[in-house]
Write a protein that binds this ligand. Structure first.
Ligand code: SF4
Length: 356
C-alpha cells in the first residue's frame, strides 16, 4: 500500500466513504474508520492513518475503484463481475486475486490479479492458451493491436463476424490496466460489454427480425418478405454457438419465438447483425423460387455421398477430410469420381437441365 492511498482516504473521509464494507468519516469527535468486524472512532489524523494501514486490502480496494477503474457504468460492472466482487468480500477477493481470478468471455480468458498498490492487472488471451507461459506467446501491450489479431483466423481467412468462434490463438496481452482491458475487448468483441450490462439492468433494447427487416432500405429492403420458417432457418444457420458466440435474444417478432437454439453465450445479441441481413437477401431471392420435380438416377451410396458433402461443407469440415480417407463421402477423390460419373460436360447433375 502507498502512503498517498492512506492520505487520499483520509481526505475523502471529510465527505464520507462507504464502499465494499469500508466506512470512513470525519465528524465532531474526529475520524471514524470501520470495516466488517472492526471499528475505530474518535481518531486523530495520525491515528486514522495508523488504523488504515491495518486494513490495507480495504484501502487499496477503495483506491482502485475510486481512482483507477473506469467510471463508465457498464465497464465498471464488467470489471467487478470479472473479479467476483458481488460474490466475495474484500479479504476473500484479495486472497483469490493473489492467485489470479479467471473468467471466460467468448473465446477469451481474462485473468485478474493484484499489482503492488492493489490496482488490478489483467491478462487477456485465447482460452486455448490458458496454460501457456507468456514467453511462448506473442505478447502485446497496446490495446489497439487487438484490431489486427482479430482480423484473420488461424488460416489467415478474413473474419467478417467478430463474434464467430474462430479467434486465432498464440497471443496475449499479459499486463493491461483496467481501461486498456476494456478497450482491447471492444476490438475483439465490439459492444458485448455494453449489451451484457444493459441486459443485466433489464434495459436490453431488442430489435426483432420483423422490425429490423422493415427498417432495411436499398438492396436489402426485400428481406422483410421472408416467412417466419425461413427466418428460423437463418437463425439455425448463423446464430447457433458453432457459428456465433452471442446468445440470440431476438425472435421473428415479439409474439413469435423462433425454434432455433439461442446459444449459451455470456453476452446477448440484440438484433440481426449486418452479416445475417446480407445473407438473408440471398435467401429471400432463393425462397422466391418455386420447387420443381427433377428426376435423377443415383445409387444409394451416391445419394448418401451428396448428403455427406453438404454436411461437410455446412459444418466447415472439408479441410479435415484427408485425401487418403476414401471412406468419407466428402473426400476430394470421391467427389471428383462422382463428378466424373454423374455430371455431363456442362456440369449438370445426371445431364438433367435446370431449366426445361
Ligand atoms: S444475428 Fe446471429 S450471427 Fe449475427 S451477431 Fe447475432 S447471434 Fe451472431
Amino acid at each position: 500500500m502507498q502512503p498517498d492511498q492512506v492520505e487520499a482516504l483520509r481526505e475523502a473521509a471529510e465527505e464520507g466513504v462507504e464502499f465494499d464494507g469500508l466506512e470512513a468519516q470525519r465528524d465532531g469527535d474526529g475520524y471514524r474508520l470501520a470495516v466488517p468486524g472492526r471499528e475505530w472512532t474518535g481518531l486523530t489524523a495520525a491515528a486514522f492513518d495508523d488504523a488504515a494501514r491495518e486494513v490495507p486490502a480495504h484501502v487499496t480496494n477503495w483506491d482502485f475503484w475510486a481512482h483507477a477503474a473506469p467510471t463508465h457504468a457498464a465497464r465498471r460492472a464488467f470489471l467487478r463481475w470479472l473479479e467476483g466482487a458481488d460474490e466475495r468480500d474484500v479479504p476473500a477477493r484479495y486472497e483469490a486475486l493473489a492467485d489470479g481470478v479467471a473468467r471466460a468471455w467468448g473465446q477469451l480468458r481474462i485473468t485478474v490479479s493484484l499489482g503492488d498498490d492493489g490496482h488490478r492487472r489483467y491478462d487477456l488471451r485465447h482460452e486455448a492458451d490458458a496454460g501457456e507461459a507468456v514467453d511462448g506467446l506473442d505478447a502485446f501491450h497496446d490495446p489497439l493491436d487487438a484490431r489486427e489479431i482479430v482480423k484473420f483466423d488461424e488460416r489467415e481467412r478474413y473474419r467478417p463476424l467478430k463474434t464467430a468462434p474462430s479467434l486465432r490463438t498464440g497471443w496475449a496481452f499479459p499486463d493491461l490496466d483496467a481501461a486498456a482491458l476494456v478497450e482491447a475487448l471492444g476490438f475483439v468483441y465490439p459492444a458485448t460489454v455494453e449489451n451484457w450490462h444493459r441486459e443485466r439492468e433489464g434495459e436490453l433494447d431488442v430489435s426483432h427480425w420483423r422490425d429490423t427487416a422493415e427498417r432495411q432500405t436499398g438492396i436489402y429492403d426485400i428481406v422483410d418478405e421472408l416467412e417466419p420458417e425461413a427466418v428460423d432457418r437463418i437463425a439455425a444457420t448463423c446464430c447457433v454457438d458453432s457459428q456465433c458466440l452471442k446468445r440470440r435474444e431476438w425472435d421473428y417478432d415479439e409474439d413469435h419465438e423462433l425454434d432455433a437454439e439461442r446459444g449459451e453465450g455470456e453476452f446477448p445479441c440484440r438484433e440481426p447483425c449486418s452479416l445475417v441481413v446480407a445473407a438473408a437477401r440471398k435467401w429471400t431471392k432463393l425462397e422466391r423460387e418455386e420447387s420443381r420435380t427433377y428426376e435423377f438416377d443415383l445409387t444409394p451410396s451416391e445419394k448418401e455421398q451428396l448428403e455427406d458433402i453438404v454436411d461437410a461443407v455446412a459444418d466447415g469440415r472439408v479441410d479435415e477430410v484427408r485425401e487418403a480417407d476414401v471412406y468419407e463421402g466428402a473426400n476430394r477423390y470421391r467427389a471428383r469420381y462422382l463428378r466424373e460419373k454423374l455430371f455431363d460436360e456442362e456440369g449438370r447433375l445426371c445431364g438433367v437441365p435446370t431449366e426445361e
